[in-house]
Write a protein that binds this ligand. Structure first.
Ligand SMILES: Nc1ncnc2c1ncn2[C@@H]1O[C@H](COP(=O)(O)OP(=O)(O)OP(=O)(O)O)[C@@H](O)[C@H]1O
Ligand SMILES: [Mg+2]
Length: 220
């Protein structure tokens, strides 16, 4: 079966640092692929390349459903169904949950204005798919960090993402929030989404992973 995503011989050089040296990775739909390593081995850099944030050095390839792609930026990757959720959250505090989920893609009425009723109705539907019982009119600043992370996942789902990268998503979550997030990751997998999950925590790795890739720092 053709993987949903493939990275082949990806290298990345920053001034004075070779962060990645010909790394390859395949990501399948309906699987949780854990990426693990010691600090600084290049996990975040690899995922930023996959999601269009950084361009790789020449010589590497990224394939989506078997087709080579040159990702221009993160919007381009998102349009192709590949999204990332960072450990530093990207939600906008002073907006509501619904406004965050539909940021920059708000449903419009036939007069070209934002159709707020539809936006909130659709936000409620997305939240229901992840069993999150929260009013979409709530301000994001009134949510816990764990809930804010769920909003980011809801946002990725509403954008019809097929692959979602989570970079150490539980780093700042409580025990309970971590359990809720792990349950959500399993539901994403059931829905056929490809999840790339970066974690240092062995318990999470054993609980979730269908596949594990470990990056090593080569002797320099
Ligand atoms: N923007 C950048 N400019 C210069 N060097 C960078 C940049 N981003 C990452 N690096 C370097 O690239 C290497 C890989 O870093 P990266 O953050 O991808 O590792 P990581 O595996 O995500 O680490 P951690 O487990 O600490 O999150 C490190 O040596 C880091 O210092
Ligand atoms: Mg990192």
């Amino acid at each position: 079966m053709t993987p949903f995503l493939e990275m082949l011989a990806i290298s990345k050089t920053f001034p004075g640092v070779k962060a990645l040296d010909r790394v390859s990775l395949s990501i399948h739909r309906g699987e949780v692929h854990v990426l693990a390593s010691e600090n600084g081995a290049g996990k975040s850099t690899l995922m930023k390349i996959l999601t269009g944030v950084y361009a790789p050095d020449s010589g590497g390839l990224i394939l989506i459903e078997g087709q080579e792609v040159a990702l221009a930026d993160s919007n381009h990757a998102r349009a192709l169904g590949v999204d990332i959720i960072y450990q530093e959250l990207a939600v906008v505090d002073n907006l509501t949950v619904g406004e965050n989920i539909f940021l920059a893609k708000e449903p419009l009425s036939r007069f070209g204005l934002i159709d707020r009723r539809r936006m909130y109705r659709e936000a409620r539907e997305v939240l229901r798919t992840i069993n999150m019982d929260i009013d979409p009119a709530t301000r994001v600043s009134d949510l816990s960090v764990g809930q804010q992370q769920m909003i980011e996942i809801a946002k990725a789902l509403s954008a019809q993402s097929k692959a979602i990268v989570m970079d150490e998503p539980t780093a700042s979550l409580s025990h309970h929030e971590t359990a809720v997030l792990l349950g959500l990751v399993r539901r994403l997998r059931e829905r056929g989404i490809a999840v790339v999950y970066i974690s240092h925590r062995l318990k999470e790795i054993f609980e979730l992973a269908d596949r594990v890739t470990v990056l090593h720092i080569m002797q320099r």
